[in-house]
Design a protein around this ligand. Structure first.
Ligand SMILES: [Mn+2]
Length: 276
């Protein structure tokens, strides 16, 4: 009960917050809220308050090689298999990847594992699935980085290329995938180190958009925002920008799945618009 709660106020640093407020032309209350979040320097504050998703990218060569691996498979007209995860990050990532690949003209198969029947990550049965579908590319989303044995088996038993897009801790030795995009890799730019898989897929799709006009990036931003919020990753850096910009798109949702979810949640467009 609220009556039993004790409010613990953050220490006020009036001098620092006044200075931030004056320099950035923001209210002293916002300045103090920044301090409460450990944002103490001018640069940190500017970065935090900047709301537009930035051009911060992974090394462009990395995204370019991922794209060429995908493109090579599409050119061969062979199916691409996308294996996701059952949580929101995994599902939004899969939705984005399937949409992107389909827009590029790929034949796409996908699987969202069942939480209880299939469990998390890959299992050895996946080899048969890949063989049956005759795939030449296998992409894991929000899983795969810990599946060293399963990936080894896939590479041994089939001739698919394997891409792992995941934000979970990378084991040592890492699985022998052909390519990996993981925000825990040591060469990840600071602003992207907290990206969940939906954020990673969003970054990849943003790059592909620069190479292929069939991609409409607007479709992906809201899904990336939902995946980011649901995976409870830190809302700073690029994550915050994705969520802030993505949530604005809630007012203009066309995706039928999302519309159904909003209806089920009794989402009140007018009330929320007022708050934002
Ligand atoms: Mn995740």
């Amino acid at each position: 009960m609220i009556a039993q709660k004790r409010w613990k106020l953050h220490v006020q640093h009036k001098e620092v917050s006044d200075k931030l407020a004056e320099t950035l032309n923001i209210s002293p209350i916002i300045a103090q809220l920044l301090l409460n979040r450990n944002i103490t320097t001018l640069n940190q504050a500017i970065d935090f308050l900047d709301e537009s998703p930035k051009e911060t990218q992974f090394q462009i060569e990395k995204l370019a090689s991922l794209y060429s691996l995908i493109k090579a498979c599409i050119d061969k007209n062979k199916p691409i298999f996308v294996y996701g995860d059952y949580d929101v990050d995994g599902m939004t990532s899969t939705a984005m990847m399937v949409k992107c690949l389909t827009s590029l003209g790929a034949i796409v198969r996908y699987k969202l594992p069942h939480r209880f029947k299939d469990g998390y990550g890959l299992n050895k049965g996946i080899v048969n699935l890949i063989k049956e579908e005759g795939c030449s590319l296998f992409i894991t989303l929000d899983c795969g980085i810990t599946n060293v044995d399963e990936i080894a088996l896939i590479k041994q038993e089939t001739d698919v290329n394997v891409i792992i897009i995941d934000h979970h801790q990378i084991p040592n030795p890492a699985p022998n995938a052909d390519m990996t995009l993981n925000s825990k890799e040591p060469d990840t730019p600071l602003a992207l180190q907290e990206l969940c898989t939906a954020g990673l897929v969003y970054k990849l799709v943003s790059y592909i958009q620069t190479q292929d006009a069939r991609i409409d990036i607007k479709y992906y931003l809201l899904l990336a925002a939902i995946g980011t919020v649901a995976d409870v990753v830190s809302l700073q850096g690029e994550n915050r920008r994705i969520v802030k910009a993505g949530l604005q798109l809630l007012y203009d949702v066309k995706n039928r799945g999302l519309l159904a979810l909003l209806k089920e949640a009794n989402w009140n467009k007018k009330a929320c618009q007022y708050m934002m």
